[in-house]
Design a binder for this molecule. Structure first.
Ligand SMILES: Nc1ncnc2c1ncn2[C@@H]1O[C@H](COP(=O)(O)OP(=O)(O)OP(=O)(O)O)[C@@H](O)[C@H]1O
Ligand SMILES: [Mg+2]
Length: 346
């Protein structure tokens, strides 16, 4: 086959955040590793947070994160945009501002190098939009293409947001629609319409920068981004870290058009099953919910939205600020005192 006709997604088995190793395996390995103790390491990996945070002095904390994955779209430029938006997101989820980024590139010898250039240009565009700079990178020959960034950002230590400080009485706001993994699986099978593909691309390439900026001067107790472990996986990290129960109102979730239909056809990424396996004992369904909606709750999201735990009055102000950026933000649940299980869904 001519290398200009090879579809990027034909070279990968699993794509986007759905390619992440399942949470069960990850936690099993990580709990066997020694942990570093350093008083300046304010956030390490023990709370499964989005990035690590190291305090430099009284007014500056450095935030670092790394994320890369195989392509979920065939357009190399769009893949670069999505991978960069996803990698930058962890800095926003910690309440920080990205400063520098390094490219991580794995590239197959069977592809034309113009494709590598396009992927990197897509990444450059998003890093520029973020107001950060690309400062270098690392490139490996690899039969499965992968791209992402290692990002460094900064925040004032008092303005850091972690995933383990949700408070009883908070509401939960989600800033992007769900069903991204299912839609990407349908797209790989060439089932999605051009309209669905356009919407999906718009969701994945949108930076969480705008959501983070809309929290300025509002009270946010906890934050994370919804990515590979799905809505329930990342809610569970927040609930467990905060020692609370999170109650999700499934009727209030915004789903990408087509996600329920494809889920009902069984078009579901393997990562959904890994997430479900790990999370089903931590989740109580307290009313009847359709099977396809349940699948979407555990669906791995690539470059998903921010999940914010905040007082209801601040959440309403946040929603009105977000109206100028996207129509996707919703209040989707609430935080309660711990009630025997981390997640309840009605
Ligand atoms: N190989 C590893 N060694 C040490 N820590 C790891 C490793 N892989 C993941 N982690 C840690 O496990 C936690 C969860 O990782 P994960 O990649 O799911 O976080 P994340 O970057 O927020 O995810 P996403 O990119 O989907 O938003 C993080 O604290 C991360 O630093
Ligand atoms: Mg994250």
């Amino acid at each position: 086959m001519n290398n200009s006709t090879i579809r990027l997604t034909s070279l990968v088995k699993t794509s986007g955040c759905a390619a992440k190793i399942g949470p069960a395996v990850l936690h099993k390995v990580l709990e066997q590793l020694p942990t570093f103790s350093n008083e300046k390491l304010i956030v390490g990996y023990d709370t499964s947070d989005d990035a690590c945070v190291y305090q430099l002095d009284d007014s500056t904390a450095i935030i670092q994160t790394v994320d890369f994955f195989p392509p979920m779209v065939d357009d190399p430029y769009v893949f670069g945009q999505i991978a960069a938006a996803n990698a930058l997101s962890d800095v926003y989820a910690m309440g920080g501002t990205p400063a520098t980024a390094m490219n991580l590139m794995c590239f197959p010898s069977c592809l034309d190098i113009s494709i590598m250039k396009e992927i990197l240009l897509g990444g450059y565009e998003k890093v520029k939009e973020a107001g950060a700079v690309i400062a270098g990178g690392h490139t490996i020959a690899d039969p499965t293409p992968k791209y992402g960034l290692c990002v460094t950002g900064f925040a004032h230590p008092n303005q850091l947001l972690t995933n383990s400080n949700a408070r009883t009485g908070d509401v939960l706001v989600l800033t992007k629609p769900l069903g991204i993994g299912i839609m990407n699986t349908a797209a790989k099978a060439e089932l999605t319409t051009p309209k669905q593909q356009k919407k999906l691309t718009q969701v994945m390439t949108t930076l969480n920068k705008y959501a983070k900026e809309c929290t300025n001067n509002l009270s946010v107790h906890s934050c994370t981004d919804i990515t590979g472990f799905g809505l329930i996986g990342h809610c569970c990290e927040m609930a467990s870290g905060s020692k609370k129960t999170i109650h999700i109102h499934s009727e209030d979730l915004l789903l990408i058009d087509g996600a329920e239909e494809y889920a009902s056809m069984g078009i579901i990424p393997e990562g959904m099953y890994h997430n479900l396996d790990y999370l089903q004992d931590k989740t109580a369904f307290i009313s009847d919910i359709s099977q396809c909606k349940k699948d979407i709750l555990f669906d791995p999201q690539t470059s998903g939205g921010l999940l914010l735990s905040m007082p209801e009055s601040d959440a309403n102000e946040f929603l009105s600020r977000m109206e100028c950026y996207s129509p996707w933000s919703r209040i989707i649940g609430e935080v309660k005192d711990y009630e025997q299980i981390p997640i309840q869904i009605s």
